[in-house]
Write a protein that binds this ligand. Structure first.
Ligand code: FAD
Length: 422
């Protein structure tokens, strides 16, 4: 069979690959996009679409988010996060102050990935310059003089490309075998999720809930509200701790739902819909090389998941946009060399690096239940502190205070005020 010839081929059409293709389309650059799945397809996930993801997609096309918001049966708007310490103290941190749930668009969303990803794919299908091929699993990557030849198992599908963009997720074969990004359990998490119906009560203002339990440490148990009475319920934990403590995440999830003194009551009338399913999360707490001669790694394939929150959709989209802009520079200059593509690594590090580093520090800090309990107790007693922490969602410099002992010492002495920190 003759090969398809293209300058840019993308493997994987999840949020990372779809965002790359859509950004290339916006730049007027054609590409070939391939996915092993036939869409709509599911992806094991917490289904939380962060403010970062929503902002980036809005920047690409305001019409996309507008249409998404109208699909009330496919998403719920989210207004903040409820953090629950191991001692049960709950702290609600809204995404912004003040907020008006009736009049403003929600800052974040929860939407089943089967629905959310399908909306991105719909946009891909409407974009003439994207040649999209579904149901084709890429098995081989051959280096050619001018780039790469990629093909499926029986060679009935082949693409010759000058630039290869890998957005094939957490189990990317290319990332591991060709780019050398081996799994490091200290910078990797395992997680499981299940859909439950009739968890009650859910947060009245659709906050997503993160419960820090001593059984899942470092990590958390979550309850995220979905439309039609559903909730995405799951838990995730760093892989080295899962191994060391020989933890079976599926069993811990079921046990938590059935027996946890603070949570089981909310599941008394809930039913599990479908199976408890799991997947890996390659965390961005250890910076890795994400490009080389004629290729770039995007999203999970580039190990870009936030090590504290497990958020990866926003970072997949962000890295996809940057990869598309770097691809444009490659086309303009005819340079696809590893040194030239290093600019991609540098830009990703510039926009995500400091955030990842801080998240890793916070992940390690929250490993101590006494500390998490103490912080939750303090914060829950001071409204101004809740407001201050709310500003940290969008103000990274302010968020950096969280890992500075002096910030907490001042707080302990009750000398800090909201105005003084400005
Ligand atoms: C349990 C769990 C909960 C999570 N919760 C959240 C959350 O609430 N919010 C959040 O932001 N992130 C969350 N994440 C992380 C998030 O799911 C990922 O970061 C995100 O999906 C990354 O997008 P991606 O496009 O890089 O990869 P993916 O979404 O995995 O897409 C990869 C695509 O590549 C295709 N593919 C793979 N191999 C091949 C091949 N050989 N040939 C062709 N196609 C191929 C796949 O079919 C797939 O469509 C969670 C992860 C897990 C495991």
């Amino acid at each position: 069979m003759p090969s398809l010839q293209t300058q840019i081929a993308i493997v994987g059409a999840g949020p990372g690959g779809a965002a790359t293709a859509l950004k290339l389309h916006a730049l007027g650059i054609p590409c070939v996009l391939v996915d092993q799945a036939v869409f709509p397809r599911d992806k094991v996930c917490g289904d939380a679409i962060s403010g970062k993801a929503a902002t980036l997609l809005n920047r690409l096309d305001p019409g996309f988010m507008e249409a998404f918001r109208k699909k009330k049966d496919q998403q719920v708007g989210v207004w903040g996060i409820q953090f629950v310490a191991p001692n049960g103290t709950a702290v609600d941190i809204p995404f912004k102050f003040p907020y008006d749930m009736e009049r403003e668009p929600a800052p974040g969303y929860v939407s089943k990935r089967i629905d959310f990803d399908q909306q991105l794919i719909q946009k891909v299908l409407e974009s003439e310059s994207i040649s999209f091929h579904q149901g084709i699993r890429i098995e081989t990557y051959e280096r050619t003089t001018g780039g790469y030849r990629i093909s499926n198992a029986d060679n009935t599908f082949q693409v010759e490309t000058t630039l290869l963009i890998l957005a094939d997720g957490a189990n990317s074969g290319f990332s591991r075998k060709n780019a050398g990004l081996e799994k490091d359990p200290r910078h990797h998490a395992g997680a499981v999720r299940a859909y439950y119906k009739n968890v009650s009560p859910l947060h009245p203002e659709n906050f997503i809930e993160l419960h820090y339990l001593k059984e899942v440490n470092p990590g958390y148990f979550w309850i995220f509200p979905l439309p039609n009475g559903y909730a995405n319920v799951g838990l995730g934990m760093r892989s080295d701790f899962i191994k060391k403590q020989k933890i079976n995440l599926r069993e811990v999830l079921v046990q938590t739902v059935n027996e946890h003194p603070l949570l089981s009551g909310r599941f008394a009338n809930a039913t599990l819909e479908g199976a408890v399913v799991g997947y890996g999360l390659p965390l961005g707490s250890r910076p890795r090389p994400i490009s080389g001669d004629h290729y770039m790694l995007v999203g999970d394939a580039g190990h870009l998941i936030d090590p504290l929150t497990g958020e990866g959709i926003g970072n997949a989209i962000y890295s996809g946009f940057i990869a598309a802009e770097q691809a444009q520079k490659c086309l303009e200059t005819g340079n696809y060399s590893a040194p030239f593509l290093k600019a991609y690594d540098q830009r990703v590090a510039r926009v995500l690096g400091a955030e990842m580093k801080l998240s890793y520090q916070l992940q390690r800090m929250l490993r101590y239940p006494w500390l998490t309990n103490t912080l939750a107790n303090w914060i829950s007693r001071h409204h101004w502190l809740v407001e201050l922490i709310s500003r940290m969602y969008t103000d990274l410099e302010l968020r950096k205070q969280l890992v500075k002992p002096l910030f907490w010492i001042k707080l302990l002495k009750n000398r800090i005020t909201s105005s003084k920190i400005n």
